[in-house]
Design a protein around this ligand. Sequence first.
Ligand SMILES: [Mg+2]
Length: 182
Amino acid sequence: MNIKERASKIKMILMDVDGTLTDGTLAVLPDGEELKSYYVRDGMGILMAHLMGLKTGIITGKKSKALEKRAIKLYISELHQGIFNKKQTLEEICRKHELDFQEIAYIGDDLGDLSVIKVAGLSAAVADAHPEIKKHSHMICSLYGGKGAVREFIDIILESQGYTWDAIEEKFIALWTKNNTI
Ligand SMILES: [Mg+2]
């Protein structure tokens, strides 16, 4: 199966955080709290996926209160933090939503992602992922983690599912008109 065929079956997009939705850098404050930066175009891609009927989720090894807030703001339905065994969490998510692995897309950057990368219907490595992740992913993004790789992945999925930019824009305008925000 090629990327387009795999992408056409996807119903949920799952993502790693550090090094995938962020560039992997952490600023550690004196109280131990960690600061990270997220990329606006990735967030837009996540909203676009929801508007076109896809579900999204996050599986991360770390725990962050700021991430909880970002996930709520972006309407991410599955947020799993402090996860060591990501494949086990994937199985739980699939059971809950009655999805097969073939209907899951996953994007990651490092060894903690490997067990999911190997079984997801469509898997992607960010451009600066660990070589082992690149080796086992169906595709390698041209953009880096925290710098648009997630958006690139979502764009490919939406395009493969036949959604045009006009159709996506139309949905955005409808949502904006209804809520005066997105
Ligand atoms: Mg990572």
